[in-house]
Every structure is written in structure tokens, then in C-alpha cells.
Ligand binder design. Structure first.
Ligand SMILES: [Zn+2]
Length: 272
């Protein structure tokens, strides 16, 4: 059980449970949000219990979402219940994992495009696209992701006249993992199962285009996307490792040559 009382660390005795409004700039947006915390009546020091700290995070996220026109956690929960949808049913309508719904309801902020899909799904429409991972193909974003990976690994992975033998595997893991975490791929790329492993669909035509793509015009990678790219880099520090791992994945092995690997398979990956 969490303590219901806190004492001031400066020795002023019991702190007082206080409800107050806070103001801050969050992701560049000014927000006001209510919090519950303990305040020392003598020195004014503030402290919060673990539960309060979690509630404060949620309160900030909701104030931000309200301000920028995204659904808040409780709006998602209520909207879902009004339509008699379980978290799982809503996830199925959007072709994403139940974990994403849980995260958004608990206070993690959804992207604008996922919010648009949430609104559609809550009106009962089926809207997800599990071949592109709920995003339209962005070749500049493929380049942006691979460049971030190369910088982090200090290694050249995207090469001219290359068949993307390794670049495609890294990209596949990055897209799949980001989809699993956020409900949306990074690049919108479609992947097929080829004898040499998971591969970007139409990779032969794509390589030259990726290399000359104007990455500065692409929607910048989010912090979360960058972290996932770094996580994939750490999981597979050599090209051999990413190649071998992808060949151990059931979702690749079970497909016949040329068959698409949908993003819904992201929940069945075993190597990451
Ligand atoms: Zn004090």
C-alpha cells in the first residue's frame, strides 16, 4: 500500500495534500493541468507519491491532447464503451495491437493520423491497412530511417546498386516494431517474403529512388521512432545478425515466395 502521508524532508513535519493547477510548455504547447500533490505548509516544498506522479503524467498528456485536438485517454475509453467495443475489438477495427489502445487510454499520446483512425473506428468504420502499417509509402522516410540507423551504428548500410540485402531487414524490423508500439509503421513500406528474407516490395525500383530521395522534405522522425531505430541497432549490431534473425522468424518462414508479410505479423516476431 502506498503511504497516504508524506513528511517534509526538511523536518517541518506532515505535508498537506493539495489540489492545484499547474502551467507548463509541453511539446511546444502551453498547457494548464490539474494535479494532486503534497505541499509543506512551512517551506512550500512539493512532493508526490508514485500514484500521484503517474496521474500527473496522465493529466499533462490529456491537457496537451485537448489543446491540440486529439482525443484524451478517457474520451477514447468512453467512446469505445458507448459503441460497446472492447479494447480488442477497437484494435481489430484499426488493424493494430491491443497494447496501443491500452497505452493511449493510459496516457500515451497518439499521433495525428492514429487519432484520425481512432475517430473513424469509434464510429464503427473499419479503417486500418495492415499491408502498409497504416501509413502511405514515404520513400524519403525510408532514407531518413536508414540514415539515422547508419549514424547510430557508425556503419554504411544503404549502398548504391545494392539489393538492400541488409538494409531491408533492418527496415523491416524497424517498421514492424514501430507498428507494434504505435499502431503505425515508419515508412508505409510493404514487405514480401523472398528467399533471401523479408524484403521491401519492388525493392529493385526503390533503391535508386531511396538514395536520391529528398529526406529533408520528409516528415521528421519522432523521438519514439528514433528510439526504436536505436533499439533495433542494438539488437542486431552486425548485418549478419539481422540477416540470420530475420531467417529465424516464423512469419517469414511460413510464407511462400513473394507473399506479403502483413504488419499484423509484428505481434508474432520472436527475435526482437
Ligand atoms: Zn518544509
Amino acid at each position: 500500500m502506498e503511504k497516504k502521508k508524506l513528511s517534509c524532508p526538511a523536518g517541518h513535519g506532515e505535508m498537506k495534500l493539495t489540489h492545484k493547477k499547474k502551467h507548463m510548455t509541453f511539446k511546444g504547447v502551453d498547457i494548464d493541468y490539474p494535479v494532486n500533490c503534497f505541499v509543506c505548509p512551512t517551506c512550500g516544498l512539493e512532493a508526490s507519491t508514485l500514484t500521484q506522479a503517474a496521474d500527473i503524467q496522465k493529466s499533462m498528456a490529456d491537457a496537451y491532447r485537448k489543446k491540440v485536438g486529439l482525443m484524451t485517454g478517457s474520451e477514447i475509453t468512453e467512446g469505445r464503451k458507448r459503441k460497446n467495443l472492447s479494447q480488442e475489438k477497437l484494435a481489430n477495427l484499426m488493424k493494430i495491437g491491443i497494447a496501443s489502445i491500452k497505452r493511449w487510454e493510459a496516457g500515451i499520446i497518439q499521433s495525428k493520423s492514429m487519432n484520425k483512425m481512432l475517430v473513424q473506428a469509434l464510429s464503427g468504420e473499419s479503417c486500418g491497412d495492415s499491408l502498409t502499417g497504416n501509413r502511405s509509402l514515404s520513400i524519403p522516410r525510408i532514407k531518413l530511417s536508414l540514415r539515422h540507423l547508419e549514424k547510430f551504428m557508425d556503419m554504411k548500410i544503404l549502398k548504391e546498386n545494392d539489393r538492400m540485402l541488409y538494409a531491408a531487414k533492418y527496415m523491416w524490423y524497424i517498421d514492424m516494431e514501430t507498428y507494434r508500439e504505435t499502431g503505425q509503421s515508419v515508412t508505409g513500406a510493404t514487405y514480401a517474403s523472398l528467399p533471401m528474407g523479408p524484403q521491401l516490395n519492388n525493392y529493385k525500383d526503390l533503391v535508386a529512388e531511396i538514395i536520391k530521395a529528398p529526406e529533408k522534405q520528409a516528415e521528421p522522425l519522432t523521438e519514439e521512432e528514433k528510439l526504436i531505430i536505436e533499439k533495433v541497432a542494438c539488437a542486431f549490431p552486425t548485418t549478419r545478425q539481422v540477416y540470420d534473425a530475420s531467417h529465424r522468424e516464423v512469419v517469414w518462414k511460413e510464407k511462400s515466395a513473394g507473399q506479403f508479410i502483413p504488419y499484423s505479423d509484428a505481434f508474432r516476431l520472436t527475435e526482437l
